[in-house]
Design a protein around this ligand. Structure first.
Ligand SMILES: Nc1ncnc2c1ncn2[C@@H]1O[C@H](COP(=O)(O)OP(=O)(O)OP(=O)(O)O)[C@@H](O)[C@H]1O
Ligand SMILES: [Mg+2]
Length: 292
């Protein structure tokens, strides 16, 4: 028997640039919130596209101050004023950020809150500036929050599977399109996600073309089978209506019933009741399923 998981679930969304991560995150967040789940959408991309995608108005979006720019909050939590760090500065390495969502989160809709991180770029991974200490602590903290679905929209690439994500983020959605490059990045991201300790990794092939010939070709040419890499493969068709809604793409879930919204809704259900990973000899791939 599967042990009941701790209440709430935490999902990181990753993948190559421009494949549809933010659009998907915003649509998933919207449909989950609509189904009565308390959702926290977290934007970890310095480009900050998630507020717009979720339908936050232009004015309200422009007033959002990302977490890494809240100098007073950073100072309060880490003991150091941003920009004034230097040799000998003492960081509180485990700042208590229990209040981060209530103080800095933005209520987008019923059951739906948004937290914008404003990630600091790390050159060579050597920086221990106050902003990064706080961002790390926040991710660690979010990983422990219960009674909430947390969806973390990341910036393109794969370098963000740090130790902070290893705890608590039980599911990873890797988004790709049908191109060889995007699928290669996806397969690499899946490996990193597993190494980070994320037990469930799904592939979403966005704007998939009918027939799936390119997916078959990728598996043949790369000698990798999706069923060995991913716990499920979800195909999302192209959705022409998204262009008209741009940038408030999550509104697609409001009025429109299409192959895209149906597939997103199915993915939301999968995230909400994920397959069991509790058996000691669990091998990913055995629960491979297609949820078109
Ligand atoms: N299924 C789809 N059909 C048609 N257009 C789509 C689909 N999914 C996403 N798009 C469009 O593709 C563009 C890129 O999407 P999005 O911003 O979600 O990608 P991203 O992976 O978050 O990009 P980035 O790496 O820059 O963060 C947007 O204009 C979006 O509306
Ligand atoms: Mg994005």
């Amino acid at each position: 028997m599967c042990q009941p998981q701790s209440p709430g679930f935490r999902v990181v969304i990753t993948g190559k640039g421009g494949v549809g991560k933010t659009t998907l995150t915003s649509c998933l967040a919207t449909v989950l919130a609509r189904n009565g789940i308390n959702v926290l959408a977290v934007d970890e991309d310095p480009q900050i596209n998630l507020p717009n995608a979720l339908g936050v108005g232009f004015e309200a979006a422009s007033r959002i101050v990302p977490l890494n720019r809240h100098a007073d909050y950073i100072e309060e939590k880490t003991g150091i004023r941003p920009g004034r760090s230097g040799w000998g500065a003492m960081f509180k390495l485990n700042p208590d950020v229990d209040d981060v969502v209530s103080r800095l989160g933005l209520r987008v809709a019923e059951n739906l809150n948004l937290l914008v991180m404003g990630t600091v770029k790390q050159a060579g991974g050597g920086c221990l500036c106050a902003e990064n200490v706080l961002l790390d602590a926040t991710i660690r903290h979010l990983a422990l929050r219960g009674n909430e679905a947390i969806l973390l929209d990341t910036q393109a690439g794969m370098e963000h599977f740090g130790r902070a994500l290893a705890k608590g983020f039980g599911q990873c959605v890797v988004v790709a399109d049908s191109s060889y490059n995007a699928l290669s990045v996806a397969s690499h991201s899946a490996a990193l996600a597993r190494q980070s300790g994320i037990p469930l990794v799904y592939l979403v092939v966005n704007r998939v073309l009918p027939g799936g010939a390119r997916l078959a070709r990728f598996q043949l040419e790369s000698s990798q089978l999706f069923k060995d890499i991913f716990d499920a493969v979800i195909e999302l068709p192209a959705e022409p209506q998204l262009e008209a809604l741009d940038p408030h793409v999550a509104r697609i879930m409001d009025y429109h019933r299409s192959a895209y919204t149906t597939a997103v809704t199915r993915l939301a259900s999968l995230l909400n009741s994920p397959p069991c990973t509790c058996t000691a000899d669990h091998h990913h791939g055995h629960s491979h399923q297609h949820a078109h």
